[in-house]
Design a protein around this ligand. Structure first.
Ligand SMILES: [Fe+2]
Length: 624
């Protein structure tokens, strides 16, 4: 009741043109005034100079508090950089009131001692002085000069600057501030190249769906970055990270299926050149082109040859399925950085990657760095990122965690029963006409490891029951394509079978086949690295093994008669990417992975990509 009375009285106050602010939480009482600035900084008294801002006249100012020593809100409007407003505590705010509602498009702020500390701040606007809507969030650049922050034009009477501390202390200190009017300036200049300090991990696209996408990246200092984005060439929309830190995955929401979007990352003074990606297409789209490969995370020669080709826009397809062993030798943070994200940066900035975990990822803490580095749709009952499904155009995709099945994971991480139960429900629910399943350990292989019988026994019956069309795996460092299989044999003539592929040729040293080609093998090769290029178009699926020279080493065509009705975009897996938040950093403590270290040498030898022994009772070497 008390709050209601307070709000009402404030509303009356606002109507009487008396600025009235209701702080959501009372600011902490200052115990001491902020340390005075060095004399040479204070003495650089000068007027305000701004660029890219048509300054509007502020009628009055108010603030959450001040230092009690004369640093009041009105000092931000006196055109004197030597005076300031200083408010104590994180969340301290300064509100500028124009007196009337006008069209706003930004703010210009000269930060007190701005060359020595970065302020974490949010700009929000309001028509009534009570309800504010966020328009912008960022960290200030290191300069005492006024900085202009532009946002999409909107009508408002008030603009509030909320400061959530800075890199030195928890004070909010602003020398001068102005509201910028909408002068019909086009949306922010689109940067074509990266500028500022290089991001230690360049942007990569995660959990891209029909209406949302994550832009993940890592910064060299802790901050709250944001992403400018928009459809086509536009970048006028802004999405801000939800927490400060070094590891970020900023969600772009409200997207449209099958559209091209541009994005620019602005983080701690680093700005990337514009990049583009495409959202997932909906069920009305009958065509999709994607790529797949496994065992590529070496940081070595063959990987780089494959990537050189794959990163070409005409080759990349709409997304990449990564079939496991994505970061040799042990799936550590350093392995992911040096053997996957660095060499794949040019590809992953524009092409979403949907991975499955390999046994090498499980070497380190049962795949925890894999989970920390990928942001995956955990649309299963365990809410686990270890296995998931997604839709893209006419295809339903499922990524399984075969490590869970063959005994590499403890039951608190994942279980066979939960994964099987979820898979049954997932495959039964999808209405997409094509179904592709991928995981690491192959159910059919005449390579060094042989066929993973437990995966076959447990999952092939479900694949057959629910009409899976194609199964993609890795693990053996070669390429192999089975004939259509049913149960433990080649499907009888006239009956439906499933084609199983091993595409473990993405970069690891190729291995010899231990025996002659079995009768169930349609084609196998261990002479060249390569990736799989798959196009689904209506009732036809065409897959090709592409070598680093661009040659087609093998090809497969599947056909089916599609139902006449186009499925609707419904169901959990079709609509949402329920990606859990990634690791949350303590903003005061640099993560351990950032400690200086030597580069991880390429895993370019047979020894460096060798596998630990697997439970022998689940393997069958059916080479004949
Ligand atoms: Fe493997």
């Amino acid at each position: 009741m008390h709050k209601r009375i307070l709000s009402s009285s404030c509303l009356v106050g606002a109507l009487l043109a008396t600025a009235c602010e209701v702080p959501s939480t009372p600011p902490p009482s200052p115990t001491v005034a902020e340390t005075p600035a060095p004399k040479e900084v204070l003495d650089t008294a000068a007027g305000l100079t701004v660029t890219n801002c048509r300054m509007l006249t502020t009628a009055r100012t108010s603030a959450s508090g001040d230092d009690g020593a004369g640093s009041v809100a009105a000092n931000t409007q006196d055109d004197n950089l030597a005076t300031r407003w200083s408010g104590p505590g994180k969340g301290a705010w300064l509100t500028m009131d124009l007196g009337t509602s006008q069209s706003l498009a930004g703010a210009a702020i000269a930060w007190h001692q701005g060359n020595t500390r970065q302020n974490h701040f949010v700009l929000s606007t309001s028509e009534d002085g009570t309800t504010f809507t966020q328009a912008y969030a960022a960290d200030s650049a290191l300069t005492t000069e006024a900085q202009t922050y532009r946002f999409t034009a909107r009508k408002a009477r008030y603009l509030r600057v909320t400061v959530n501390g800075n890199t030195v202390n928890d004070w909010a200190s602003i020398a001068e501030s102005r509201i910028c009017g909408d002068d019909a300036t086009p949306s922010p200049t689109v940067p074509t190249t990266d500028s500022g300090a290089a991001l230690p991990r360049l942007p990569y696209l995660q959990s891209v769906g029909p209406t949302s996408a994550l832009v993940a990246f890592r910064t060299g200092v802790s901050c709250t970055p944001f992403v400018r984005f928009g459809e086509g060439a536009d970048i006028s929309r802004t999405a801000t990270a939800t927490v400060a830190g070094w590891r970020h995955a900023v969600k772009l929401d409200g997207l449209l299926p099958g559209k091209t979007y541009s994005y620019v990352v602005e983080a701690c003074g680093s700005v990337t050149g514009v990049r583009q990606f495409q959202t997932a297409t909906g069920p009305e789209t009958t065509r999709v082109r994607f790529t797949a490969m496994g065992d590529f995370g070496t940081g070595g020669t063959a990987q780089s040859q494959v990537l050189k080709l794959l990163a070409q826009p005409s080759r990349a397809g709409e997304f990449l399925l990564a079939l496991g062993d994505n970061a040799y030798e042990s799936g550590t943070e350093a392995d992911f950085q040096d053997h996957m994200f660095k060499p794949m940066a040019a590809l992953l900035r524009a092409t979403p990657i949907f991975p499955a975990p390999g046994n090498h990822e499980y070497v380190t803490n049962q795949g925890q760095p894999y989970l920390d580095n990928f942001y995956l749709p955990a649309n299963n009952t365990e809410k686990s990122e270890r296995y998931y499904s997604f839709d893209w155009g006419p295809v339903h995709f499922v990524s399984l965690d075969s490590n869970c099945v063959i005994g590499l994971a403890t039951s608190d991480r994942c279980t066979l029963a939960a994964q099987k139960s979820w898979l049954s429900q997932d495959l039964a629910a999808t209405k997409r006409p094509w179904k592709v399943v991928f995981f690491h350990h192959p159910t059919w292989s005449s390579g060094e490891h042989g066929s993973q019988l437990k995966m076959r026994r447990e999952f092939a019956p479900l694949f057959e029951q629910y009409g899976v069309d194609l199964v993609l795996t890795g693990h053996d460092h070669n390429y192999e394509r089975s004939k259509p299989m049913k149960g433990d044999a080649v499907a009888a003539s006239g009956t439906r079978g499933i084609v199983y592929m091993v595409v473990g040729s993405g970069g690891a040293s190729l291995r010899p086949f231990p025996g002659s080609q079995p009768s169930w093998t349609a084609f196998r090769d261990n002479t060249t690295a390569g990736y799989l290029d798959v196009t689904v178009d209506g009732g036809t699926l065409a897959a090709k093994l592409i070598t680093p020279s661009g040659a087609v080493r093998d090809s497969l065509t599947l056909t089916k008669t599609l139902p006449a009705a186009v499925p609707q975009m419904t169901g959990v897996s079709a609509m949402s990417m329920e990606t859990p938040p990634g690791p949350v950093d303590d903003p005061t403590r640099q993560p351990a992975y950032m400690r200086p270290r030597a580069p991880v040498p390429p895993a370019d030898t047979l020894e460096s990509v060798a596998d630990a022994p697997e439970p022998s009772d689940t393997i069958v070497r059916d080479q004949k």
